[in-house]
Design a protein around this ligand. Structure first.
Ligand code: KIV
Length: 262
C-alpha cells in the first residue's frame, strides 16, 4: 500500500474508503503495516491492555512509550498518537504534550476528542505545525461526565449539533476526524457536511472510512462487545485452547520433543 500522507488521505474522500486500525506495540503494528491507511495508537489500550474500566487513567508517558513501539513496528504506516485525557485542556498544555509526541516518537499526527469546545485548541496546534485528527460524536474521555457511553445523533437537533462540531473541527485545520457512536443517518449527514475524511466507528457505512480496535475485531477483548464490532477472529478461544494444549504437553512430557532440545 505504501505510506499515506495527509494529502493522499484527504484525496481519498469520495474516491475510496479509508481503513484504520489501532495498534499498541511493535509486534502487532508490524502485522498491520502497509495493510491499512493509518494506524491509531488509541488510548483504548488503557482498557484492553491496561485492564482499566475506561480510558481516563492513561498518561502521556505511557502513550509515548506505546507510540514509539508502534513506530518501530510499522515503519511504512501513517501513525496517529491519541492524546490522553487532561493533556489538551488548554492551548499551551496541548502544544507542550503534542510537541513531546513529535520529539520523542515519529508519529505523523495526534488525535484529540471534542468538537466546537475544542476547536480553539485544534486551531492552535495546527497553526503551530502539528497535524491533528479530530474525534467527535461519542467521546470515550467524557464517559464519567456523561454517565456512560451514549449513542448520539438520534434526533435532527442532535445531528445539527454534531454537524456544527464537525465543521468547527474542519475549520480549525484538522486533516480528518473520527466519528464515534452515532446513528447511521447522522454518520451520513456529517460525512456530507465536511470536505475532510470522516472515519467512523459505530457510525454506519456512509462515512469515508472505518476504524476498529484490533483486540475487539480479533476477539481478544472479552469484557463486552459493542454492536458495531465485527469479530474477524475468535482470538480468545484460540489462545485458551492452545495454552491448555501447552500445559498438557508439559505434563505428559511431549514438549519439548527431541528436535526442540539442544
Ligand atoms: O482509543 C481508541 O482506540 C479510539 C478509537 C475508538 C477511535 O479512539
Amino acid at each position: 500500500m505504501g505510506k499515506q500522507t495527509i494529502t493522499s488521505i484527504q484525496k481519498a474522500k469520495g474516491v475510496r474508503k479509508l481503513s484504520m486500525v489501532t495498534a499498541y506495540d511493535a509486534l502487532f503494528a508490524k502485522l498491520f503495516d502497509e495493510q491499512v491507511d493509518f494506524i491509531l495508537v488509541g488510548d483504548s489500550l488503557n482498557m484492553s491492555f491496561g485492564g482499566n474500566a475506561d480510558t481516563l487513567s492513561i498518561g502521556i508517558d505511557e502513550m509515548i512509550y506505546h507510540t514509539k513501539a508502534v513506530c518501530n513496528g510499522a515503519k511504512n504506516s501513517f501513525i496517529i498518537c491519541d492524546m490522553p485525557f487532561g493533556t489538551y485542556i488548554d492551548e499551551e498544555t496541548a502544544f507542550k504534550n503534542a510537541m513531546r509526541v513529535y520529539q520523542e516518537t515519529s508519529a505523523d499526527a495526534i488525535k484529540i476528542e471534542g468538537g466546537v469546545e475544542k476547536a480553539h485548541i485544534i486551531k492552535y496546534l495546527t497553526s503551530n505545525s502539528i497535524a491533528v485528527i479530530g474525534h467527535i460524536g461519542l467521546l470515550p474521555q467524557n464517559v464519567r461526565a456523561d454517565g456512560g457511553y451514549k449513542v448520539q445523533g438520534k434526533t435532527q437537533e442532535d445531528i445539527q449539533r454534531l454537524i456544527l462540531d464537525a465543521k468547527a473541527v474542519e475549520e480549525a485545520g484538522a486533516f480528518a476526524m473520527v466519528l464515534e457512536g452515532v446513528a447511521s443517518e447522522a454518520g451520513k449527514a456529517i460525512t456530507e457536511a465536511v470536505n475532510i475524511p470522516v472515519i467512523g466507528i459505530g457510525a454506519g457505512v456512509d462515512t469515508d472510512g472505518q476504524v476498529l480496535v484490533w483486540s475487539d475485531m480479533f476477539g481478544f477483548f472479552e469484557e463486552f462487545k459493542p454492536k458495531f464490532v465485527r469479530k474477524y477472529l475468535d482470538g480468545a478461544s484460540l489462545i485458551k485452547q492452545n495454552i491448555k494444549q501447552y500445559v498438557e504437553d508439559v505434563e505428559n512430557k511431549t514438549f519439548p520433543a527431541q528436535e526442540e532440545t539442544y
